[in-house]
Design a protein around this ligand. Sequence first.
Ligand code: ZN
Length: 221
Amino acid sequence: MVKINTKYQSPNFADETIDPKYIVLHCMCFDDKTSLEFLCAEANGVSAHYFIARDGQIYNLVPDNKKAWHAGVSKWKNDEMLNTNSIGIELGNTGTLGNESGYTKQQYDSLIELLKDLQGRYKIKAENIIAHSDISCDRKTDPGARFNWSVLVENNLAVDFSKLSNTTDYISNLTDFGYNITYGEKNVIKAFQRRFLSDNISGELDNNTKQFIQDSKINRG
Ligand SMILES: [Zn+2]
């Protein structure tokens, strides 16, 4: 049983039932108490289903089957407006938007526990656990370049790029993975780099990026 704190409840959701297909990871850049209050204040009109504090506490703010307001304008694979089919998880973060800090071990431990539980209950594929920056790549950077995706990959809670790469065209590799090209090549490359090549977020298809895509293909076996 995952230990869930229900002290905070957000009124910010639509009275529409959702059938979750995706889980979208986010972060808030305030201290944790301020983040929780922000997500629960009606005037702000934003929310997420869960918030994971720096100490690892998991707060459930919106019922899983209701449409919370976390993703906004968003596109991934053939889906748009992912609030209609996703669960949003906010992570507490001490950085600033675009310059997010790293996360605590307690946060990763709690996130893994929560993701395993949600994945089991809603049959969510590892490839459908994604970043807000993946689906709104013209305007969002969260959970940030310092989020460690390999921790999730090791637990079968996210996929490596190499697992899905399957063409020789660099940009097609990214769109096959799920990135939506209508955001523009530069934004898509940036979002891809933020997740897979986080020391090189240039938005350029440079040699380093090309090499990574090529190597991923080879590693696919
Ligand atoms: Zn977000």
